[in-house]
Design a protein around this ligand. Structure first.
Ligand SMILES: Cc1cc2nc3c(=O)[nH]c(=O)nc-3n(C[C@H](O)[C@H](O)[C@H](O)COP(=O)(O)O)c2cc1C
Length: 382
């Protein structure tokens, strides 16, 4: 049991359980990992002013966002291969999110299929889609989402190429089709992880199994990554919008001009994200560009922020700067590895509790009250 939502502690527990390939895959960033670091550093520059004598006997962290009832203003961001954190990991996280009333984003690279995740009782699912070179696959993924009753798709736009990620390079992730000797040794060392996996046979990217990406997981990872289309343009966003009549989020927006183009193309929300420091390095921290994107998105398009959200204070800092919702990736992946479904429930409930604490101690009793107060809530450290 953790005392608070300490992601360093979660990471430590997760890393004891995982083989090196997946430890590094989750923790790592691109190139020098400056963006990965900058995301956290930027949150640390902000403090929240305490306010007193404001009757906080009744505080609610709930919010309604694009028709989703959230018990707190965050969701679980799409994390590919999360089912490799532990056998059945992505289903465990989806169940935890459903029980805690938090939306869950299913990655294109999900081990469990979208259909399996949508069968989780009470799950509020958003489906993240990479536009593949083969548009028939993309069309089919949209159709599957529609049939599953998914209301919202996330079009991720910040991955035209996968940059060098030194930790993955060292391990050969997405390069090798078969495990190397070093990988086999690290799998053997993570014997508890391996025993769970072995009980259910070789894991597969079941979300993509209909599209002939190969037999082994490593082969599928390599082939699926090479399917992501580097030639995408704004016309593809228009194409995507025309194919999908539900709600549409564009993920990976870091520039005010790109945000206004998303609004013009009919996006319902943009996600300010640098992919948790896994894509362009050095890119600005997401919090540093949030205000200009909120301004450019205007009233009709809500803004979500991810990358580096770890604590209740980070969520409140984001809301005060105009975000409607926040999302977090690595913390839930580590929580699955560290403790399965109950680990993710604990992570969610502790983050929600921290948000509650920060609301009450800054004199706010709701998301609305905090958003109305805006930057007045904050003080930037010199
Ligand atoms: C291991 C890992 C896998 C990810 N896979 C995807 C993915 O398949 N699709 C996607 O849009 N984003 C993916 N992301 C990015 C997350 O959705 C999110 O933007 C990022 O994790 C936020 O940063 P944080 O980890 O600091 O919270 C992934 C992130 C991680 C750490």
């Amino acid at each position: 049991m953790m005392a608070c939502v300490d992601s360093a502690e979660l990471q430590k527990k997760a890393e004891k359980f995982l083989p090196r390939l997946f430890r590094d895959y989750v923790a790592g960033g691109a190139h020098e990992e400056r963006t990965l670091q900058a995301n956290r550093d930027e949150f640390r520059k902000w403090t929240i002013k305490p306010r007193c004598l404001r009757d906080v006997s009744s505080v609610s962290t709930t919010t309604q966002w694009l028709g989703y009832d959230c018990s707190a203003p965050f969701m679980l961001a799409p994390v590919g291969f999360a089912g490799m954190m532990r056998q059945g990991g992505d289903l465990m996280a989806a169940r935890a999110a459903a029980k805690e009333k938090i939306p869950f984003c299913v990655s294109t690279f999900s081990i469990a299929s979208l259909e399996e995740i949508c069968r989780v009782p009470g799950a509020d699912v958003l489906a993240q889609i990479y536009v593949f070179r083969d548009r028939d696959i993309t069309r089919d993924m949209m159709e599957r989402a529609r049939k599953c009753g998914v209301r919202t798709l996330i079009f991720t736009v910040d991955t035209p190429v996968t940059p060098l990620r030194p930790r993955d390079e060292r391990n050969g992730f997405r390069r090798l089709s078969k495990p190397s000797l070093a990988q086999l040794a690290s799998f053997a060392a993570a014997w508890r992880w391996g025993a769970g996996m072995a009980r259910h046979g070789m894991p597969q990217l079941r979300n993509l199994s209909a599209y002939g990406m190969g037999h082994s997981l490593l082969e599928q990872a390599k082939n699926a990554a090479s399917q992501i289309d580097p030639g995408l343009t704004w016309r593809d966003l228009e194409w995507f919008r025309a194919q999908w009549s539900g709600q549409l989020l564009v993920k990976g927006i870091m520039h005010a001009d790109d945000a206004s183009r998303c609004v013009a193309a009919g996006a319902d929300a943009v996600i300010v994200s640098n992919h948790g420091g896994r894509q362009l390095d050095p890119a600005p921290a997401t919090l540093a560009v949030l205000p200009e994107i909120v301004q450019s998105a205007g009233q009709d398009c809500s803004v979500v922020i991810d990358s580096g959200i770890r604590r209740g204070g980070d969520v409140v800092t984001s809301l005060a700067q105009g975000a409607s919702l926040t999302a977090s990736g690595r913390p839930w992946a580590w929580a699955v590895a560290a403790g399965g479904e109950s680990g993710v429930r604990e992570m969610i409930s502790l983050l929600r509790r921290e948000i509650y604490d920060v609301f009450a101690l800054s004199g706010h009793n709701s998301v609305e009250s905090l958003r109305l107060a805006g930057v007045d809530v904050l003080k930037r450290q010199k």
